[in-house]
Each structure stands twice: as structure tokens, then as C-alpha cells.
Design a protein around this ligand. Structure first.
Ligand SMILES: Nc1ncnc2c1ncn2[C@@H]1O[C@H](COP(=O)(O)OP(=O)(O)O)[C@@H](O)[C@H]1O
Ligand SMILES: [Mg+2]
Length: 280
């Protein structure tokens, strides 16, 4: 049956759904263009906490304006529900690009540069994304990265961060109660994503013997460092292997703490190999 949200957005197809929300491709009947709508799952409607969370998500998304971050057009609400109207990304989740086979370093570098640019914009307005993972990064047909899903984001200056995140991408400090969270959290997640793309890993399964979530938590909380990509025999350069290792350092003080530091090292490396300069 046809459903029209707020008298204006005709739902066309479901794109995805999670614990509290669902995302649809929809037609904006007034501007005659396609958009994406994220709204609360029918069974969660009317729940104040869920409503407030989605409202925050929209506000956070609206704070960031960057080519590599999904654009928010509007929010619409009615008595018991709330919807975010966003730019529709014609593309696929990044995970598709390496699920079947490892991604060559040279190909990954182009994505890494864009994801770093997105994170710099997010951190630049004082936000920690907190859920950087390959399902929340969409890639358009032209190869442009779009970071989405600010559902767990928070202001870095807030000290009472809720627990949460996608387990495989969570650094040790995000697994401990009451630890201070900083921008390094997202950098670690991106480090794990890099590891995963180059090795074609499916989450943490079988890594370091982890079978169940609690095995993984125990291992992440241990002091043993991740083996570098080089040590694992991946066909990557020493510089790249080193860069990923510093993003994935378990100790936040050893890890890169700012995106600009990662970018500086990455740019230096790219220049040394004659990689084409980034546009604009
Ligand atoms: N703006 C968008 N354009 C296209 N697809 C999107 C968009 N936003 C989300 N999606 C799709 O919907 C899925 C779920 O959206 P997301 O915001 O990550 O919700 P959840 O909080 O449930 O994880 C994403 O993984 C992506 O595949
Ligand atoms: Mg998501």
C-alpha cells in the first residue's frame, strides 16, 4: 500500500533498518526528486527517548556540511513520530567493496582520504561520530564517499557518554565505563575498517581466536597490540602498515589523536609514491 509521509514524501523502497529506525527511498512530491527518509520503527513510536535520539541525530547531521557527509534536508514530525529527510545516496555500503576479496592498498587509499576528510569535518564541529563502520559509509557510483548514521554521535565536550557502538570497531576506552572519549575513538574505528578492507575480514570473527563478542572484548581490553598488516603478510607498504597500526593503537595516547595528524602522514606517504593529489 502506498504511504505518504507528511503529505509530501511517497515511500518507494526500504533501504535498511536497525534497532530503532528504518530508512526508505522516497519521492518528494513537491520538489519531484528522490530523497532518503529515516524514521522511527512503528513499534518504537511514541517512545520519548527514541524520539529525542533521532532529533539529536538530525541536529548533529545538520551541524556538518561536507561533500563526504550525507546532507540533511529537513525534519518532519507528527504526534508520535519523527522523520529525517536526507540526501539520497545512490550507491552501496562500503562493506560491499571488500566483502569478497581484499581491497588493494592503492584502491583503498582513495577511500581513506575521503573518509578522513569526512571525519575532519565531523570533529571540526566538536562531534565524535562513534559508529564509523563500513555499513555507515556509502559509496556512490562515482566513487564518492558519504558518511551517514549519526545515531550514536555525541559532543566531545560532554562527559556522560552513553555506552554503545558496533563492537568490532570499538576501541578499549569505548568498552570501559566512565572513560573519557575523544576523537581518537573514530580514528581507531577507521583503523579497524582499514585492517578489515585490506584483509577482507568479516568483523572480528576468528581474529585472535575470538568466537563470541566477549572473547573479542577481552582481547581488545588486553595490552596485546594488533599485528600489523605487514606482519600478517598483506601486500602493503611499510608506511601504510605503520599508519594503520597507529590508528589502531589500543592506548589512546599512542594512537593518532587528531585526523589532521593522520592526514599529514598519509599525504607525506602519498607524495612519496607519486599518488595523484586530491582535488580541491
Ligand atoms: N541517505 C541515504 N541514502 C541511501 N541509503 C541510506 C541513506 N541513509 C541510510 N541508508 C541505508 O540505510 C541503512 C541504515 O541506515 P542507518 O542510518 O545506518 O541506520 P541504523 O541506525 O539503523 O544503522 C544504511 O546502512 C544504508 O544502507
Ligand atoms: Mg547504521
Amino acid at each position: 500500500m502506498e504511504e505518504i509521509v507528511h503529505g509530501r514524501y511517497k515511500l518507494l523502497r526500504k533501504l535498511g533498518s536497525g534497532g530503532t529506525g528504518e530508512v526508505y527511498k522516497a519521492l518528494d512530491l513537491r520538489l519531484k526528486r528522490n530523497v532518503a527518509i529515516k524514521r522511527i520503527l512503528p513499534e518504537k513510536r511514541g517512545k520519548k527517548r527514541v524520539l529525542g535520539r533521532l532529533q539529536k541525530e538530525a541536529e548533529y547531521l545538520a551541524m556538518v556540511e561536507h561533500t563526504n557527509v550525507v546532507l540533511v534536508h529537513d525534519i518532519v514530525d507528527s504526534r508520535d513520530t519523527f522523520s529525517i529527510i536526507m540526501e539520497l545516496v545512490n550507491g552501496v555500503p562500503f562493506i560491499r567493496a571488500f566483502r569478497r576479496r581484499p581491497m588493494p592498498e592503492a584502491q583503498y587509499l582513495g577511500y581513506l582520504r575521503q573518509i578522513l576528510a569526512a571525519l575532519k569535518a565531523v570533529h571540526g564541529v566538536g562531534l565524535i561520530h562513534r559508529d564509523v563502520n563500513p555499513k555507515n559509509i556509502l559509496v556512490t557510483r562515482e566513487g564518492v564517499v558519504k558518511l551517514t548514521d549519526f545515531g550514536l554521535s555525541g559532543l566531545v565536550k560532554d562527559t556522560d557518554h552513553r555506552m554503545g557502538g558496533t563492537l568490532a570497531y570499538m576501541p578499549p576506552e569505548a568498552m570501559r565505563k566512565n572513560s573519557r572519549l575523544g576523537f581518537g575513538l573514530d580514528i581507531y574505528s577507521l583503523g579497524f575498517l582499514s585492517y578489515q578492507a585490506i584483509l577482507s575480514l568479516h568483523g572480528f570473527k576468528k581474529l585472535y581466536g575470538a568466537k563470541r563478542p566477549r572473547d573479542w572484548i577481552r582481547w581488545v581490553l588486553s595490552s596485546e597490540p594488533f599485528k600489523t598488516l605487514k606482519e600478517l603478510g598483506a601486500p602493503v607498504s611499510d608506511d601504510f602498515s605503520e599508519l594503520v597500526a597507529r590508528m589502531l593503537a589500543k592506548d589512546p595516547k599512542v594512537r593518532y589523536q587528531k585526523v589532521a595528524q593522520v592526514q599529514k602522514d598519509l599525504d607525506g606517504y602519498l607524495e612519496s609514491i607519486g599518488y595523484p593529489a586530491a582535488g580541491l
